[in-house]
Design a protein around this ligand. Structure first.
Ligand SMILES: Nc1ncnc2c1ncn2[C@@H]1O[C@H](COP(=O)(O)OP(=O)(O)OP(=O)(O)O)[C@@H](O)[C@H]1O
Ligand SMILES: [Mg+2]
Length: 245
């Protein structure tokens, strides 16, 4: 479903992605982990066609993202790192924003789509609230609702659980898993939460200084011997132990 070949991207002199190749199968959840500033968000932005890579190829559902960005974007939903909601629009208007760009629905059809989308992210009845009236977890779910409203084949999540408490994190993880089931969507999940990744991902890719240094199953990731991976895994285990004490 997603085929990335020899992808490189630079911002001026700063080479952020170096020859990245990655294959994500139909319906798979691929987690992308790595240190802060390692290029995870940039990778998602390249896949989604929001930025144009310096070199290399990205093909999504058979469509070359670079040459046919508009067509490719219709198949993808992106959940941004900061929920990126419009503060002056209600939850409902935020969710329908992208829908209105791509489809011309009647008011009745829009209402049906909105009700259905809200129920899929457990936000039924919240369409008239403004972003300022939402909790952090609710904002993330509105961001997810906006991404899934058009039934995309591919979902790109940028740190959907960062800054959330463990219970809300668990609920978002469950939602990621259930969206894969109900939409059959292929997902790329950027995360630095090892527990979330173990719970939801089929495979993990680790980006270190712009290069992919590991791709494999979550179990194997925990045992991988790359020093940067050891550091992340050990830090996370120490945190878990500290919480238990
Ligand atoms: N629009 C931009 N213009 C210039 N440089 C950028 C831009 N976006 C990102 N960068 C640079 O690219 C590098 C990678 O940033 P990116 O946001 O992809 O990292 P990340 O892995 O998502 O980090 P984090 O875990 O903190 O979210 C950083 O050095 C950053 O300064
Ligand atoms: Mg990021």
């Amino acid at each position: 479903m997603i085929e990335i070949k020899n992808l490189s991207h630079s911002f001026g002199e700063n080479q952020v992605l170096k020859n990245v190749s990655l294959h994500v199968g139909d319906g798979e959840i691929m987690a992308v982990m790595g240190s802060s500033g390692g290029g995870k968000t940039t990778l998602l932005r390249c896949i989604s066609g929001l930025i144009r890579q310096t070199s290399g190829d990205i093909v999504v559902d058979g469509i070359n993202v670079q040459t046919d960005a508009e067509e490719a974007r219709k198949r993808m939903g992106m959940v941004f790192q900061s929920a990126a909601l419009f503060d002056y629009l209600t939850v409902g208007q935020n969710i329908l924003f992208g829908v209105r760009r791509h489809l011309h629905l009647s008011a009745k059809e829009e209402a049906v789509l909105l009700t259905d989308t809200l129920s899929r992210v457990n936000l039924t009845g919240n369409e008239d609230l403004l972003p300022a009236e939402l909790s952090g977890g609710m904002k993330k779910r509105v961001g997810m609702a906006r991404a899934i409203a058009l039934n995309p084949k591919v979902l790109l999540y940028d740190e959907p659980t960062t800054g959330l408490d463990p219970i809300t994190t668990y609920q978002i993880d469950e939602l990621v898993a259930s969206l894969r089931k109900t939409l059959g969507a292929t997902s790329v999940l950027v995360s630095h939460d090892i527990t979330s990744v173990q719970r939801t991902a089929d495979r993990v890719a680790f980006l270190h200084q712009g290069e992919i240094v590991f791709v494999g199953e979550p179990e194997a990731f925990l045992k991988a011997d790359h020093p940067a991976i050891r550091e992340v895994v050990e830090k996370s285990q120490a945190k878990t132990l500290a919480k238990l004490k």
